[in-house]
Design a protein around this ligand. Structure first.
Ligand code: CMC
Length: 392
């Protein structure tokens, strides 16, 4: 009833009140539950941040060990899930595989269909946090023609993931602490970002009281798009293309300035809400230099990225539109240095964003939000009589 205002892309529409993440796009501020992203990325573990987002406060030592142990106990994935996985083609995109298998979890845990209260939800939360990394590593193992690795539950969350990714049955694999701490930082920086596209998807799907697994699976689908999380894969592909093309960054800046005709955008640039800088990008850029130095990796693509950033930041097109590097611009360079293949970058984003999606889903249900159901303004035909097929 009344007037309907169209706000394409919800640029000015608030969908909810939320106590999880605070963001000031003008000042470049990002807080999770009142803690600055800078502080958390430096000092916390990813699971502490997950607990913080989902339950509202940093865990005490006792709460933390209970939470971490519960996750350790659930890292194994049902062997029948692996049979489903085996049916996927070897070149399947890991994001397609991930969203399908997370969706399949609702079939493996049918009790998730009906709401039996917080204890049951907590178990599903633990299952998701525990199993998503295991499932993620399967895609990589398959692409290499290697057997999957079972979780090593004595390891911490990040080390366990790295072990499942990179250990081979034929030799001993030691997790490099530089690698696991870089991974920890990246996951924290991706852990939540208020009402972004995938999170809004999770909340919207969940608003019909669909189960947690289905809601998260839908969020993974939304994240995959190149305008959202898929941008991290696009960035590295773009930087490699620039390198292969002789490294002339100016040429690509020109192309991006004419995005309307060329259809080419600088991936990893621009953001719906950050109009001065993306605080995550600032931390990640510094981390990229640190990690490459510590690991002794010399990646020429880093120099291309730096050159491209400089060229764009000094260009009036980018200045006028307040386009800055976003979280995805430098993250791929770190992932690469850690040995993660390009087609897994968005999966890494999903692993990081999972606690945020869960926290937002839970908040939406706890606040008893109504089903999400936007309106429209109809622009189609007025009433037409039906014409039988043979007379059309
Ligand atoms: N390269 C060239 N021009 C751009 C870019 C870009 N990356 N981003 C925006 N513009 C231009 C756009 O053409 C428009 O110009 P004009 O005013 O002349 O019409 C203006 O800047 C505003 O852009 P918009 O598309 O209206 O802005 P939006 O808020 O709808 O889109 C965005 C935000 C992130 C989707 C967009 O900046 C973009 O496509 N960036 C590249 C993809 C990317 O890096 N995505 C990752 C986002 S951050 C993390 C995440 O969500 O995963």
């Amino acid at each position: 009833s009344g007037y309907i205002t169209i706000d394409s892309g919800y640029k000015n529409t608030g969908a909810t009140k939320s106590a999880i993440t605070f963001l000031d796009g003008e000042k470049g501020i990002l807080h999770y539950r009142g803690y600055s992203i800078e502080d958390l990325a430096e000092k916390a573990t990813f699971l502490e941040v997950a607990y913080l987002l989902i339950y509202g406060d940093l865990p005490t030592a006792e709460q933390y060990s209970k939470f971490e142990n519960a996750i350790r106990r659930h890292t194994i994935v049902n062997e029948d899930m692996r049979k489903i996985f085996e049916g996927f083609p070897v070149n399947a995109h890991p994001m397609g595989t991930l969203s399908s298998l997370i969706s399949a979890m609702s079939a493996f845990y049918p009790e998730s269909y009906d709401d039996k209260g917080p204890d049951q939800t907590d178990l599903h939360i633990i299952r998701l946090l525990a199993k998503l990394p295991t499932i993620a590593t399967w895609s990589y193992k398959k692409s290499q023609g290697h057997p999957v690795n079972y979780p090593q539950n004595q390891l911490d969350y990040c080390s366990n993931f790295l072990h499942m990714m990179f250990a081979l049955p034929v030799e001993k694999y030691e997790v490099d602490p530089v690698v696991s701490s870089a991974l920890n930082k990246l996951l924290i920086l991706h852990a939540d970002h208020e009402q972004n596209c995938s999170t809004s998807t999770v909340r919207l799907v969940g608003s019909s009281h669909a189960n947690l697994f289905s809601s998260i699976s839908a969020g993974i689908g939304a994240l995959w798009g190149p305008l959202h999380g898929g941008a991290n894969q696009e960035v590295i592909e773009m930087l490699e293309a620039i390198k292969a093309d002789g490294g002339d960054v100016g040429k690509y800046v020109e192309m991006a300035k004419n995005a309307k005709t060329t259809g080419f955008r600088l991936f990893g640039f621009g953001h719906r809400v950050y109009k001065n800088f993306d605080p995550r990008a600032k931390i990640i850029k510094k981390a990229a230099y640190d990690v490459l130095e510590k690991l002794g990796v010399n990646d020429p693509v880093l120099e291309i990225a730096k050159g491209l950033e400089e060229a764009a930041l000094n260009d009036e097109y980018f200045i006028a539109r307040k386009l800055y590097p976003n979280v995805d611009f430098y993250s791929g360079i770190i992932y690469r240095a850690l040995g993660i293949p390009t087609n897994m970058f968005t999966v890494m984003f999903a692993m990081g964003r999972l606690p945020g999606w869960i926290a937002q889903w839970k908040e939406m249900r706890t606040q008893k939000e109504p089903i999400g159901r936007p309106r429209q303004i109809y622009t189609g035909s007025t009433l037409r009589p039906f014409v039988p097929i043979e007379q059309r």
